[in-house]
Design a protein. Sequence first.
Length: 133
Amino acid sequence: MKATALIEKGKDGSFTIFTPDLKSTIIGEGDTVLEAKADFENTMKEVLETYEETGEPIPEELQNITFEYKYDMPSFLNCYNYLNMTKLADKAGINPSLMRQYKRGQYVSEKQASKIQEAVHKIGRELLAIRLV
């Protein structure tokens, strides 16, 4: 089963990952997205170990589960902080100072998020086409 794992930046600057589609509670937290992912994966491992230790059957929703990570904008920009904000903004056709505000947590409209996502996907396609000699 594939489940969504949402990554969000909190008001305190930390990051949380949670699974809105599951009845079972799987949460990860950290000062960075990578720390939150590690905590999330550890939580998942501990949940499965608890079922094994108690002899209770593992819920069907957790059997052979994989996660699709989805990011809010500040989480994405934190996790992939090697992306140049000015260049990404240019590729997406938005103002660079607005992109920096998004990184700090300002609300991003669905239209703007789509423009940024398409720019990131375009960069990915360009990188996949590279052949080094």
